[in-house]
Design a protein around this ligand. Structure first.
Ligand code: SF4
Ligand code: FES
Length: 248
């Protein structure tokens, strides 16, 4: 395949940035999107030009690093996959592909396609943990009976990889699907009850402090989430938040 790429180039946080056109040739439909980007960068390096900066790590849908907005969609046109799992067979020979960073006030651009998502880390630090007995006589986790439905729902919430596609897809740059998943994975389990009240209050407060917008039930986050995190998690977070504020 031969492709035209329109890529956001931005030297640093203070640079205005602009779209730049590139041509790439001999792209196999079996390549992943990031492998196609590697080919482009090799071409740029060989020509003495600066390669396009983009985030990646695991390249297998686990780490959540590969934040790219491709043809107007977070992680591109496929469903249930991250950019590193997106294959070039989703595109046609001669296509023009637009590639931008995830855009949100709380995700400032560092360079080109790389954004700073440490706001998510700070939300996690605010409450995304549990207290456990590490004295050596810790109770075996399997000794605590947990309703199968609750265990499955908590595990579904825990599959959130913190990629930020929900924020990038939301017209309000809301992080409520992410925070809802992180609150839910503990709220559904007995181990999460010790800090439950403080957790939801602190995580929501940090989310607001970081400058994320509010949820207006559009649902774009759920559609674009590569892990299929359900909007039910936002509803659960809202219930937890209300209940925590009533408890004081
Ligand atoms: S909820 Fe989905 S889209 Fe949002 S950070 Fe988690 S995995 Fe990514
Ligand atoms: S590089 Fe890890 S999820 Fe894409």
């Amino acid at each position: 395949m031969n492709l035209t790429l329109k890529i956001w180039r931005q030297q640093g946080p203070q640079d205005k940035g602009k779209m730049v056109d590139y041509k790439v040739s001999d792209i196999s439909e079996h390549m992943s999107f990031l492998e196609m980007m590697d080919v482009l960068n090799e071409q740029l390096i060989n020509k003495g030009e600066e390669p396009v900066a983009f985030d990646h790590d695991c390249r297998e849908g686990i780490c959540g690093m590969c934040s790219m907005y491709i043809n107007g969609e977070a992680h591109g046109p496929d469903r249930g996959v991250t950019t590193c799992q997106l294959h070039m067979r989703m595109f046609k020979d001669g296509d023009t592909i637009t590639i931008e960073p995830f855009r949100a006030k709380a995700f400032p651009v560092i360079k080109d396609l790389v954004v700073d998502r440490s706001s998510f880390d700070r939300i996690q630090h605010a409450g995304g943990f549990i207290s456990v007995n590490t004295s050596g006589n810790t109770q075996d986790a399997n000794a605590i009976l947990i309703d199968k439905h609750d265990a499955d729902t908590a595990m579904d919430a825990a599959t959130c990889i913190g990629c930020g596609a929900c924020v990038a897809s939301c017209k309000n740059s809301s992080a409520m699907l992410f925070v809802g998943a992180k609150v839910s994975q503990y709220a559904l389990l007995p181990q999460g009850q010790v800090e439950a009240v403080d957790r939801v209050k602190n995580m929501v407060a940090q989310m607001d402090l970081e400058g994320f917008g509010n949820c207006t039930n559009t649902g774009a986050c759920e559609v674009e989430c590569p892990k299929g995190i359900s909007l039910e998690n936002i509803a659960r977070m809202n219930r937890e938040f209300l209940s925590a504020n009533i408890k004081g």
